[in-house]
Design a protein around this ligand. Structure first.
Ligand code: ADP
Length: 328
C-alpha cells in the first residue's frame, strides 16, 4: 500500500458510456477538491492521454451534469493503448504534468489498461465500474444498469399497449452483451411470457414447442430476448418461429436507446458513493483496484481480468429465476 502523497488526480471515462457516469465523475472531482487535491481531466478516454488534451477540472465544469446521461468527458475505445509503446508515451505525458493518481470510469477493458499503466510505473489507479450490462466480475452492480432497465421497461409497457390493442406478439431485444441481467430484470418487471438469455440457451424448436403448448392462451404477448453478443438476433428468431410454427412475432430492438437518458435515483446515488470512496481509498493508499458493490456495501476488489470474460448468472440463480417465472 502506497500511503498518501497524492497531489494531482486525473479523471477519465473510457470504453462504453453509461448513464450515471457524470454523477460519478462529479463525486470524484468534488471529493478530491475537498481533500485539497488538484484535479485534471481529459476527453475521449485513453485517446486523450496520447493527445495530451489535459485540462484543469473545476466544480464549475460539473455544474448541471448530474441529471445528464452519457459522459461530459466523452469516452471511446483506443486500441493502440494495448501496446506498451503507446502506454509508455502516455506515462511520459502524465509524468510531465505531475499526475500521481488516476480514476478511470469504465469497464474491465479500461481497468486492464489502467492496471498495466500503473504496473509499468505510471500513476496509481482506481476503477469505477460503469456499464448498463452489469456484467463486470467482482461487483454485483455497475453504474447505468438501473437506468437502462427502466428505459427498457418503459418501452415494453408502451409495446404492451399496442400489442394488446392489435393482438400482436412481440420479441423485444435488449442489450446485455453476453449476460442476461438486463433481460431478466426487464422481463420479470414487464411480465414477459419468456425471457431468452445466453446463460440458458434453448433451441428455437424447443421455444416453439413451449409456445404451442403454453399454460395460458394469449392473444398478445411479449418475449424478452437478450442480445447475447449478437445484436439483431431477434429478427432471425422471428423468422425461425414463423417458419417452424406459422406464429407471427413482431420484433423491436431497443438498441442504444437503452444507453441514454437521465440516470435514475439508484444510479446517481451509487455513482455518488462510488466516486466518493474511490478518492478516499486512493488517499488511504489503495490502488490497482476497482470499487465494487457487494451485499449493498461499497468495497474494494482487485481489478477484474477481462480474460476471465463477463459476469453471468450462476446456475443456482438461474434455477431460482426459472421457478419464479414459471409460477407467476
Ligand atoms: P470497457 O472498458 O467498457 O470494457 P473496452 O474493453 O472496449 O471497454 O476497453 C476500453 C479501452 O480500454 C480500449 O479501447 C483500450 O484503450 C483499453 N484496453 C482494453 N483492453 C486493454 C488491454 N488488454 N490492455 C490495455 N488497454 C486495454
Amino acid at each position: 500500500m502506497k500511503k498518501n502523497k497524492l497531489k494531482k488526480l486525473l479523471i477519465i471515462t473510457s470504453g462504453g458510456d453509461a448513464p450515471g457516469m457524470n454523477a460519478a465523475l462529479r463525486a470524484v472531482l468534488r471529493t478530491a477538491l475537498s481533500e485539497g487535491l488538484e484535479v485534471f481531466a481529459c476527453e475521449n478516454g485513453y485517446q486523450g492521454l496520447i493527445d495530451e488534451n489535459f485540462f484543469s477540472f473545476s466544480s464549475r465544469q460539473v455544474a448541471n451534469c448530474l441529471q445528464r446521461g452519457g459522459t461530459i468527458l466523452k469516452t471511446g475505445r483506443y486500441e493502440a493503448f494495448k501496446e506498451k509503446a503507446t502506454r509508455d508515451r502516455c506515462r511520459a505525458s502524465l509524468e510531465k504534468l505531475g499526475i500521481d493518481a488516476m480514476v478511470v470510469l469504465g469497464g474491465d477493458g479500461s481497468f486492464k489498461g489502467a492496471s498495466l499503466l500503473e504496473s509499468e510505473g505510471g500513476p496509481r489507479t482506481i476503477g469505477i465500474p460503469c456499464t448498463i450490462d452489469n456484467d463486470i466480475i467482482g461487483t454485483e452492480y455497475t453504474i447505468g444498469f438501473d437506468t437502462a432497465s427502466n428505459t427498457a421497461l418503459e418501452a415494453i409497457d408502451r409495446l404492451r399497449d399496442t400489442a394488446f390493442s392489435l393482438n400482436n406478439h412481440f420479441l423485444v431485444e435488449v442489450m446485455g452483451r453476453a449476460a442476461g441481467f438486463l433481460a431478466v430484470d426487464v422481463g420479470i418487471a414487464g411480465g414477459a411470457e419468456f425471457i431468452l438469455i445466453p446463460e440458458a440457451p434453448i433451441t428455437t424448436a424447443s421455444l416453439v414447442h413451449q409456445l404451442q403448448h403454453r399454460k395460458r392462451e394469449k392473444l398478445a404477448s411479449i418475449i424478452v430476448v437478450a442480445e447475447a453478443g449478437h445484436p439483431g438476433r431477434s429478427m432471425i428468431l422471428a423468422e425461425e418461429i414463423m417458419s417452424l410454427s406459422g406464429l407471427a412475432y413482431k420484433t423491436c430492438i431497443l438498441g442504444h436507446a437503452q444507453r441514454g437518458g437521465a440516470p435514475t435515483v439508484k444510479d446517481r446515488k451509487t455513482a455518488a458513493l462510488m466516486g466518493y470512496y474511490a478518492v478516499k481509498h486512493l488517499l488511504a493508499g489503495h490502488s490497482q483496484q476497482m470499487i465494487a458493490l457487494k451485499d449493498e456495501k461499497i468495497i474494494m476488489v482487485p481489478f477484474p481480468d477481462p480474460a476471465l470474460g463477463a459476469r453471468c448468472f450462476a446456475e443456482q440463480e438461474l434455477l431460482a429465476i426459472n421457478r419464479l417465472i414459471c409460477e407467476i
